[in-house]
Design a binder for this molecule. Sequence first.
Ligand code: ZN
Length: 269
Amino acid sequence: MFFIDSHCHLHDSRIISDIPGIEDRARIANVQYMVSCATMENNFELTAQLSKDFSSILPCFGIHPWFVDNISDQWKERLEHYLLAYSSGIGETGLDFTDKTSDRDLQIKVFEHHLGLAMELERPINIHIRKAWDTFIHILKKMGKLKVSGLIHSYSGSADMISLFETYGLYISFSGSVTNPNAKKVVNALKRASKERFVLETDTPDIYPYLSEPQVSQLNEPKNLPAIAQIASTRIGMEFEEFSRQAYDNSLNLFHSILPGKKDNQWTS
Ligand SMILES: [Zn+2]
């Protein structure tokens, strides 16, 4: 049985010096691929380099909504350069209206550009949405069904919206937040997601899960994904192996166009 971490940040300065160890521990834990998302122009190169050094690291390039204020005049060209140079997905991109002083119009403009690129280049897209659900739904309705696959990372919306997102072709991704004993809303959302539409992620090095034997550092890493799957499956009353296999198959479908050697290289699970 194998796992795919559908959203993490291996370029992060808190963990970058330990990537060989992190990759090793992920492999031992049967985490086959890690989808590592850049967040701004100045970590595109590092994300690209990681994917060259480790075939288990699948890169995504994008501007995170927290960092839209830092974009350069050439951000569109830089983004397109990396997307064309590497077998890669798009992201992390999206909308985050948690900070009321953020430039929402700029976030929308940057996010819509990423969505347009995903359609044009037919790449999977890794989306971050926090407290911006109405605007996101408005954009989806305007653009129509995505011709490419995409995921909403560490889903924090209501269970009621899930079927709508699924009709737009999106997958719903669940992180260690589902292991929080008080996370009733997230557990309800996981229950509501279709069997063919949920995937799992760590958001490494953040969202450290509630583990029975937590690490002192509290820096999350992909090797924790099976433990997240174990707790999540128990919380929705599904058998661990079936749950994990389904999440794995869903991630393969979602990211099949950027897998090394595409689906031919699928491991037997
Ligand atoms: Zn993230």
